[in-house]
Every structure is written in structure tokens, then in C-alpha cells.
Design a protein around this ligand. Structure first.
Ligand SMILES: Nc1nc(=O)c2c([nH]1)NC[C@@H]1CN(c3ccc(C(=O)N[C@@H](CCC(=O)O)C(=O)O)cc3)C=[N+]21
Length: 297
């Protein structure tokens, strides 16, 4: 029988842990704050940012939201980051991606104080992760690790295939899976658009992390029986629904769930975990910046 990996439930557990640590910080006179910066008219981006703000409220993190016109000069975003870097009540800063084309993404990522970089995208934090000394693990791969751990999926010695090589998911995911640490020690293959024989790689995979950004790219016929399938894709495809779209993963859930041992749904899988790990990183950031001990691994 295929087990459904319940991201909502595991995310709720993470939020509970985070709320406990928020209380500990509060006892020490610290109220953790997360700033979200949105420079986009994209409705999906607006939805995600408002979800993040709601999450903050639930666990007692102060949410600070800044909106910048999508056609404002790039300098406006850079200066907003400088202001947030300087604020004592802001411990985490998230600039919602993607930013408009006239904004230099690399400048944005470098401009955020690395101690406030709760996405873990600043080169200093990327370097630390690769060196095995992570400060902030990027939220999505970290959330995937938590899911694997919560469902007792053995990664040590397992053959893992990560489909996708993005800076925000594929690369850090592969890095975490190969590390000599819990939920690591997997033999990890990273596949991408130039991979010659994806089918052959997937056929041997005990763990598949699908993060290609292509709707229903992986289907059941490609999977090894009993594989653990983690679907990172959140694709909005036009559909005859109330909202005019439906959410589809990078995995064809119907066929995959007939073959997989365990699988994450979309929605309700990796997405809620990404948001929960953002709260986790924010509390961790507040601890680092104030010297107050927080009890997070
Ligand atoms: N600086 C930055 N950091 C990010 O972490 C970041 C970003 N930019 N840009 C966009 C992506 C996307 N992302 C999502 C997180 C959670 C859900 C999520 O919770 N999804 C729900 C459903 C949401 C819905 O109903 O639309 C689910 O899968 O169950 C979705 C998308 C974070 N991102």
C-alpha cells in the first residue's frame, strides 16, 4: 500500500516547536520578526507571501510586509533591504522570487545580511551549507529532509535521484542528501534537462525528489516499486475550477501512487513544509542575532 506523506501534519508539528521557541525568546525579551518583500504583480507570489504572513501570526512571529511597485527602480528594492538589515526588530528577510527583470537578482541575494537570510540563498550561506556547516538550510530541501525523517525513510545508503538543478531546490537538496549527517548519506544523482537517460536513473531510485518545474513530468511507469516520491512541483495549470486553475505537481500522482511506497501530494506535501521551515529559520536567526539560546537542531 502506498503511504501518503502528510506535509500539513508534519508542518503543524514544526510550527508547534517553533511556537515553543518563540515563547522562550519572548521570555528573554525578544520578539522575532520576519520581513517579506514583494516586488511583483504575480497573483501566485501575492498568495504565497500572504500565506507566509499568516503563518507568522500563528506562531507569534511579528510579520513585517513591504510592497514595492513592480516597475519601481531596482534601487528602491536594494535600499529597502538596507533598511531592513539595519532594523533590530527584523531578524529574517525574505525577498519573494522572482523579482522583475530590471532587478539584479544576484545583487538582491548579496545585499541581505547573511545573518538575516532566512532563505539561505546568500553566497555565504550557500558556501556554509556546501561545507557542511549550514547556518540556514534553504526551506524547501530542509522541509523535504524533515518529511523523510518524520516518515522514517532510510536515506543512508539509499539511491536518491533529484530531478532538477535549481539553486533553490535541486542543488541544496543534493548537497544535503550526500552529507554525513542525519537524513543524509544517500548516493545521490542529480538529473536535469540535459540528462541522457532519465528513465534509467529513476528506475533504480529508492528516493525521488521531483523539482523540475514541469507539470506531471515524472510518472508511475518510471518509478521503482516501493520508491519514496517527494513532489516539489507546485504548478498552476488552467482548469475549469472556481479559481480558474488547479495545482499540479511535477509527478503524475495517480500513476505514481500505484507504484510508490510513499508519496507527497500537491497541495499538502512539500509546500506547507517550505513555509514551516521559513518560520524555523526566522526563530533561529533571532537566536543568532540576540544571543538567546533557541532549541532547534
Ligand atoms: N525568496 C523566496 N523564498 C521562497 O521560499 C519562495 C519564493 N521566494 N518564491 C516562490 C516560491 C514558492 N514557494 C511556495 C511555498 C509554499 C507553498 C505552499 O504552501 N503551497 C500550498 C498550496 C498553496 C496554494 O493553494 O496555492 C501546498 O502546496 O499545499 C507554495 C509555494 C516559496 N517560494
Amino acid at each position: 500500500m502506498t503511504e501518503t506523506i502528510d506535509g500539513e501534519a508534519v508542518a503543524a508539528d514544526v510550527r508547534e516547536t517553533v511556537a515553543d521557541e518563540v515563547a522562550r525568546l519572548s521570555d528573554a525579551g525578544v520578539e522575532p520578526g520576519l520581513a517579506t518583500v514583494l516586488m511583483s504583480d504575480d497573483p501566485a507570489s501575492e498568495t504565497y507571501v500572504s500565506m507566509k504572513q499568516r503563518d507568522c501570526e500563528e506562531v507569534g512571529i511579528e510579520g513585517i510586509h513591504v510592497e514595492i511597485d513592480a516597475d519601481a527602480p531596482a534601487e528602491e528594492l536594494y535600499e529597502t533591504i538596507d533598511d531592513l538589515n539595519a532594523r533590530d526588530d527584523v531578524h529574517g528577510i525574505l525577498v519573494q522570487m522572482p523579482v522583475p527583470d530590471h532587478v539584479d537578482k544576484r545583487t538582491v541575494l548579496r545585499r541581505i545580511d547573511p545573518e538575516k537570510d532566512v532563505d539561505g540563498f546568500h553566497p555565504e550561506n550557500v558556501g556554509r551549507l556546501v561545507a557542511g556547516d549550514a547556518r540556514f538550510k534553504p526551506c524547501t530541501p530542509h522541509g523535504v529532509q524533515k518529511l523523510l525523517d518524520a516518515y522514517d525513510v532510510e536515506t543512508e545508503g539509499a539511491d536518491a535521484v533529484v530531478v532538477g538543478r535549481s539553486d533553490i531546490v535541486g542543488k541544496p537538496m543534493a548537497n544535503l542528501l550526500i552529507q554525513k549527517s542525519p537524513v543524509g548519506n544517500a548516493t545521490t544523482t542529480v538529473c536535469h534537462s540535459r540528462t541522457e537517460d532519465l528513465e534509467a536513473k529513476l528506475a533504480d531510485a529508492d528516493i525521488v525528489v521531483a523539482a523540475a518545474g514541469i507539470p506531471e513530468f515524472v510518472d508511475g511507469s518510471m518509478l521503482k516499486a516501493g520508491a519514496t516520491v517527494i513532489d516539489v512541483g507546485i504548478n498552476r495549470v488552467d482548469a475549469d475550477t472556481e479559481k480558474g486553475y488547479e495545482l499540479v505537481g511535477d509527478v503524475d500522482y495517480e500513476s505514481a501512487s500505484e507504484v510508490a511506497g510513499a508519496i507527497t501530494p500537491v497541495p499538502g506535501g512539500v509546500g506547507p513544509m517550505t513555509r514551516a521551515m521559513l518560520l524555523y529559520n526566522t526563530v533561529k536567526a533571532a537566536g543568532i542575532q540576540t544571543g538567546v539560546d533557541v532549541n532547534l537542531d
